[in-house]
Design a protein around this ligand. Sequence first.
Ligand code: 3HC
Length: 691
Amino acid sequence: MSLVAYTIQHAVAVVAIDNPPVNALGAAVRQGLAAAVAQANGDATVTAIVIASAGKAFIAGADISEFGKPPAAPLLPDLLDAIEASAKPVVAAIHGVALGGGLEVALACHGRVALPAAKLGLPEVKLGLIPGAGGTQRLPRLIGAAKAFPMMLSGEPISAGLALDYGLLDEVVSSDVVAAAIRLAEALAAEGRRPVTSTATVALTEADRESFEALAKDALKKADGMPTVPALVEAVRATALPFKEGVAVERKLFLSLIADERSKALRHVFFAEREVAKVPGIGSEVKPREITAAAVIGAGTMGGGIAMCFANAGIPVTLIETAQAALDNGINRIAAIYDISVSRGSLTPEARKQRLALIKPAVGLAAAAGADIVVEAAFEEMGVKKQIFGELDRVAKPGAILASNTSYLDVPTIAAATGRPQDVIGMHFFSPANVMKLLEVVRPQGVADDAVATAVALGRKLGKVPVVVGNGFGFVGNRMLEQRTRAAERLLIAGALPHEVDAALVDFGFKMGPFAMADLAGNDIGWRSRRARGLKAAVADAICDAGWFGQKTGRGYYIYPQGARTGQRCPEVEALIARISAEQGVTRRAFTQAEILARLLDPMVNEGARILEEGIAARPGDIDIVWINGYNWPAWRGGPMYWADSVGLDVIAKRLEAQAAEAGDKALEPAPLLTRLPAESKGFAGLRTDS
Ligand code: 3HC
């Protein structure tokens, strides 16, 4: 069946793409479009052509799954040249999104009409690319480089209204976009006018070029090593050349970026993000419960942040504390955060007022009675949680979801404090909850499928990336983080210093290393947790014994003079570390950055493999999404499991064996999956296609 339908309406050929779900421009669509344009041009009864599409999008772009595979004719740039060269005018009828190659199709047309809800953008940069089918040449010529460059740099789509203002659209119509496109096509045909964006007559003005250069200078300064920014600047500069030459520059840059490891990793992230939305065993027949009112228990930093998430999404939320003073503090903290947003201009005073009005403070759990979902964000202690859930069981309405924001504790034990375990789930937010994208939805045995579906749907409504994980200490993210924390401590004792360990991770692409992070979060948090679990960490414990809790005490692994946020090396800490090495009979030695990185990340990958074996994460990509959205793993590195595949699981397994032998720690030995997969000539990616 053809993916492109061809009909004639009023002597206009209407070419309609129907390639669900989003009309991506795969080879069959390109062939269908090329054939349709040729057919219309060969038909003497046809005066003009309209390109439209079925379904929810105009066109979401090139088919990303074809990238990296041998190209099939016609190539998109060639197809677009054929559209633009059509002797009969071609008009795009845009509904839904016109993204990437989709917008480039519209740009090659001679006219563009859209519905008000349409969104137009060139998001290639999010995949580590630049537009590769003439977009960098046609868009600046049509709307000016000073407007086109920021669209391509951010990758964010613009509204139909703005596109009309920019001159990107000829018309925005409230309904029947195809009929409007037919009218425009007929008018262009009648006038004999066929405006095109690629001719030498469409050139950038001097003023526009200057404005663009100023924006380019700023962007290059902030590029942070990402190759897309200089490539984009070079491509837009090439608009000074004749169109064909400019396109050749764009093509060359596009092809070099598509082969770049960073773009490959970002494409993996794109598909992993979509896969994570599919919860094993829960199909579309499972409908989420309706959530019109929420309650959050605990007005501390975490609870307050979660309450803000609800208010930001327009959901009324009751914020509950045990005492008025704590409640007042919590509300004041929330108001102060909104104030900062207002002062930065990212929130209007009106919106601030509306959001605060949605947060209703209350003392006592009885106030949770009206909520469709209750999120508990109280003290991380089982006794406290059990008591709260026992009481919630009495006050919450039937069918309400009872969620715990626990980061480590056993969710079934919490559920057992109620008579309704089918409604009890984990919703693990990350701090600051109003900012961080990750939401671990913990799915204990016995929870109802529609409760899981509700938590996932709600998470998306709150602007989060929900990842469903199994129940188990630390779930996915914190369980792997613990391995990295232990590895960092081992490195100190073996001979590395905090700044060396941190630098290895920062150079890898993290914003912060483990010790700067610990100083920021407060070293006492881990200390207390270790003590509660009877665990020891010689250096970390000694630092806390000395009262060096981090930034809040002016010193931790580093010194922070007069409230500085960046720490300086601390000779006392370094001496303390050397002393502990000596006490443990360790001869300190120097480590290269590559060694440090391997020692930090390999144990995480090993834990990730165990997490997969135990079914705590459904797919390796889910683990990648957790680390990218919750722990600042650089997206262009694809996540820990993707990274492991790129290194080679056999290499990692060997390194772990060596580490296990050196440390005399069996826990560091490679997980069975880490040895099984390479033996089958597979990586984690192979697991995904097999499952
Ligand atoms: N290629 C291949 N598959 C695509 C795709 C694309 N461009 N865009 C979306 N899909 C697939 C998704 O993988 C998903 O598949 P699945 O159901 O099997 O998991 C399905 O379409 C639906 O996608 P979403 O779950 O994301 O649906 P939403 O409704 O939430 O979002 C969207 C729709 C806004 C179109 C979003 O999918 C999106 O942003 N897509 C990517 C757009 C993009 O980056 N385009 C540029 C591509 S690069 C390019 O065009 C190069 C050119 O310059 C040469």
